[in-house]
Design a protein around this ligand. Structure first.
Ligand SMILES: Nc1nc2c(ncn2[C@@H]2O[C@H](COP(=O)(O)OP(=O)(O)O)[C@@H](O)[C@H]2O)c(=O)[nH]1
Ligand SMILES: [Mg+2]
Length: 374
């Protein structure tokens, strides 16, 4: 039996099995088996070179962020691309353009972002059919996913695409689970939790670990996580991506429906045809990416407001150090301190060190170790 058949069999068994106390552990194990087989498929395709190293479409990453549009055919992805970016419209030829991935340059504030129009995601993409695999690879390499939905069929489409993405390890708008696993040589499974667990217990944790043939390990839960999240941590190849659900064609639904759609934090409701909601969408993109503009200023001159540094969230946040690294790594050793004006400081200017965290639209002046003064 091939992997796809095995996956299908488990999915069917899960669908057949009633969820209750008695079947809980069995279902947990089925989930782990399913995750293992899915990983094997992805690994296998990487090795086989399907879709070229699993990178997909050979579109080089450009600009300050990469944003991928994913959605069913005809929801308006090409229209959005031509409306928002500097790429020529290809919406008319959509039957042909859905076969390739088309990049456009999206400018928000002074940042330049790469907006990708991906071919229509098809049902079954996760199991490797059609171009699904490449769509997924691009999705994984993106800083933000715009899930484009038809306002009239939004919920159904959203559910299907979310399921597809989940099955290939993409988690939308979720935080990485606070579960730590340290593999040991002996000692069995040592389990502890610093919070009360309501969705999983020690027995379940142990049986999932056994399914993965991990017999000696420290497993600690720092959040009230469930079986799926434990499996995600064991599989270790999950990608946590921010997503905005873009409901297009609101010109075809009622005002009440639009109001309802706009209630959710991660939703945007637009009509490309009537140019409705696009500005709000751009604002949401900016806020969700969490980019920070930092204007640099030279001694005795006005700040350069035309050409800011655009900084992205790193592991330590966005600091004076990340700003200087972006100007030139070599400057780090010459830095005495930085003068900062803006929202990140109590009084402007303020002397700051490398670890100081910057806010959007701060102004920065570098003071070098030599006799450089303000
Ligand atoms: N009513 C309406 N139709 C739209 C809107 N945006 C796009 N369309 C139409 O929907 C169809 C599919 O659009 P297209 O951009 O090719 O979708 P794609 O397949 O997702 O790239 C085209 O006929 C568009 O003119 C909109 O805001 N309102
Ligand atoms: Mg298209």
């Amino acid at each position: 039996m091939g992997l796809s058949e095995k996956i299908k069999e488990i999915e069917e068994e899960m669908a057949r099995t009633q969820k209750n106390k008695a079947t809980e552990y069995h279902l947990g194990l089925l989930k782990a088996k399913l995750a293992k087989y899915r990983s094997m498929i992805i690994e296998g395709e990487k090795k086989a070179g399907a879709g070229g190293k699993g990178e997909g479409f050979d579109v080089e990453k450009h600009g300050d962020a990469r944003i991928a549009m994913i959605g069913f055919p005809s929801v308006g992805k090409s229209s959005i691309l031509s409306h928002l970016t500097e790429t020529e419209s290809l919406a008319a030829n959509y039957e042909f353009t859905t076969l390739t991935c088309i990049p456009g340059v999206l400018r928000i504030n002074e940042a330049k972002m790469q907006l990708l129009d991906l071919p229509g995601i098809i049902e079954g993409a996760a199991s490797g059919k059609g171009r699904g695999r490449q769509v997924i690879a691009v999705g994984k390499s993106s800083d933000l996913i715009l899930m484009v939905l038809d306002a009239q069929k939004g919920e159904e489409q959203k559910e299907k695409i979310t399921r597809e993405l989940e099955s290939v390890g993409i988690r939308l708008n979720q935080e990485k689970p606070q579960i730590h696993i340290k593999v040991m040589k002996t000692g069995g499974i040592i389990f502890n939790a610093s919070v009360k667990l309501t969705k999983i217990d020690e027995k379940m944790v142990k049986s999932i670990m056994a399914e993965y043939k991990m017999h000696n390990a420290h497993v600690s839960f720092r959040g009230d996580h469930d079986v799926d999240e434990l499996i995600d941590v064991i599989e270790a190849n999950r990608k946590y991506v921010k997503c905005i659900y873009v409901y297009n064609k609101i010109d075809q639904v009622s005002i009440e429906d639009v109001d309802y759609l706009m209630k959710e934090k991660y939703n945007a409701a637009i009509s490309v045809h009537m140019n409705l909601g696009c500005d709000i969408l751009l604002e949401k993109i900016w806020d969700t990416l969490g980019l920070v503009r930092v204007y640099t200023r030279k001694k005795g001159q006005a700040p350069d407001f035309g050409d800011p540094l655009i900084l992205t969230q790193g592991r330590d946040g966005i600091t004076v150090k990340s700003a200087i690294m972006q100007i030139h790594k070599g400057l780090l050793k010459d830095l005495n301190y930085a003068y900062i004006w803006g929202k990140s400081v109590k009084h402007s200017p303020q002397k700051c060190g490398l670890k100081h965290e910057l806010c959007d639209e701060d102004v920065l002046q570098i003071i070098k170790k030599t006799k450089d003064a303000k």
